[in-house]
Structures are given as C-alpha cells and as structure tokens.
Design a protein around this ligand. Structure first.
Ligand SMILES: Nc1ncnc2c1ncn2[C@@H]1O[C@H](COP(=O)(O)OP(=O)(O)OP(=O)(O)O)[C@@H](O)[C@H]1O
Length: 233
C-alpha cells in the first residue's frame, strides 16, 4: 500500500510509553499534519516511520515497505528531517548533499541541490561547516537534505521551528511540490496556522495516542483554533 501506514504502534523507553497503540494512515498525494503538545509522541512516531527507531510493537510501512523487515528499503523511500540533530558539525551543506546523493546512488543531482540551496537561501553558506549554523539555518539544511532525492515519503519533524519567513515559504513550497508529484508528506508541527496552510488532513496526538483525525478545514480560522485547543486539553 502506498503512503504511510501505522498499525498498533507501541514504543516504550523503559517505563515510558511514548507511543501507545497508534494507528494512522497518511495517503499518497496528500500532506498530513501530525499535531499535538510536547511529549505527545509525534517525533517518536516519525522516528519509527523513518526507520531510525525500531518499534516495540506494531507494524509500520512506508510506500508499502515494512520498516522492520526492510529498513534499507524504507530509508530509500523516505526523506526525513529529524526534529534535532542529523547534521555532521564538521561537514558543509554541500558535503551533506554529496554524501546523501552517493549513498542513494543519485545521478545528475547537482542542479537540484543548487536550486534547493538557493530557494532556502543557503547558497552563500553551502561550503561552510554546519558547526556554526544558527538553529534556523540547521533546520533549513535538514529540509533540503530530506527533499533532495524527491522521496516517495517525505517526513518533516518541526521543519518551521526557528525558521525565518524565507525558509518557511521555501518549506511550504517543498511540501506542495512533493504532494503534487504524488508523494506522501507528513509534517509534524506545533504551528497550527502553518499546518492548515499546506496540509490536507490532520492527526492530533495526546499522551501517546491519536485523539482525532480530521480534514484540515475543520482546524482553520478562530473556530478551528478553538477546536484544536479543545483537542489538546
Ligand atoms: N529516547 C527516549 N528516552 C526516554 N523517553 C523518551 C525518549 N524519546 C522520547 N521519550 C519520551 O516519549 C514521550 C514522547 O516524546 P516525543 O518526542 O515523541 O513527543 P513529541 O510529541 O514529539 O514532543 P515535542 O513536541 O516536544 O517534540 C515523551 O514523554 C518523551 O519524554
């Protein structure tokens, strides 16, 4: 099955149940917002979907690939922007892109890489090590890396966090492009107003569980803000 499918996902860290029997679907050609308060279990769910964290129980497939049975296949299908980390301090954005392209066996990737760096206003720092990057510059670099190979499943964890308006617009554009070419996009964010600009559906998590799945129009405007607050309460 295309898209992202999460069935009965449980993730435990010792005594902490981070994800508690979550079932959700994110369809191809759609952008799905994963919303919820701090500690709701959003990042943990995306970590499992990206193949970097094994589930305690349950089944997760990305574009039909089981993340446990075929972790490499899952990583090939996915472009993942983690909420923190993911960048090598001593490497430049261009070196990160080069490494990602090599690992994935991409050919002719350079023009797209340059174009993405330009759109995210990173072309001037493409050859600077990421160690001194501001938080927002790091976020923008991580989104560029996730998008480089035009993945079938694009998972963005807090891509707008601390990002300036140019970076926000560029990220929204990357989401729209991916969705329009038929990819599955999941955006994990606290920012309801940005999620509703670009997403089709929203899944709201609380305490490790899904508490609502709703079309995004229901979360727009003042009424939507109230409905969202009620879901979080
Ligand atoms: N490596 C870990 N070890 C122990 N507990 C963890 C670990 N990772 C996450 N948790 C716990 O699991 C729960 C869910 O965390 P998670 O990061 O998935 O939430 P989140 O919804 O992404 O929150 P935020 O919006 O703050 O990023 C929290 O209670 C968190 O403390």
């Amino acid at each position: 099955m295309s898209g992202l499918s999460v069935e009965g996902l449980v993730v435990r860290f010792g005594p902490v149940v981070a994800v508690d029997d979550v079932t959700l679907r994110a369809g191809a050609g759609r952008a799905t917002a994963l919303l919820g308060r701090n500690g709701a279990g959003k990042s943990t769910t995306l970590r499992v979907a990206s193949g970097v964290l094994p589930p305690t129980a349950g089944r997760v497939t990305v574009d039909g690939v089981d993340v446990v049975e075929d972790p490499l296949g899952a990583k090939r299908a996915v472009g993942y922007c983690p909420d923190v980390g993911g960048l090598v301090p001593r490497a430049t954005p261009w070196e990160h892109l080069e490494l990602s392209a090599r690992l994935r066996g991409l050919r002719g990737w350079e023009p797209r890489a340059r174009e993405l760096l330009r759109r995210f206003d990173l072309d001037d720092v493409a050859d600077r090590v990421t160690a001194g990057f501001s938080h927002g510059m790091g976020r923008r670099t991580s989104v560029v890396l996730a998008a480089l190979h035009e993945p079938r499943v694009l998972l963005l964890d807090e891509p707008f966090d601390g990002v300036d308006p140019t970076g926000v617009d560029a990220t929204l554009e990357v989401v729209r492009e991916a969705r329009d070419r038929g990819a599955t996009v999941v955006v994990c964010t606290h920012l309801r107003d940005l999620a509703v600009q670009v997403c089709d559906e929203a899944v709201v998590m609380r305490g490790g569980r899904v508490v609502a799945t709703t079309p995004v129009p229901a979360l727009r405007g003042e009424e939507g803000a109230r409905a969202y607050r009620d879901l979080l309460a």
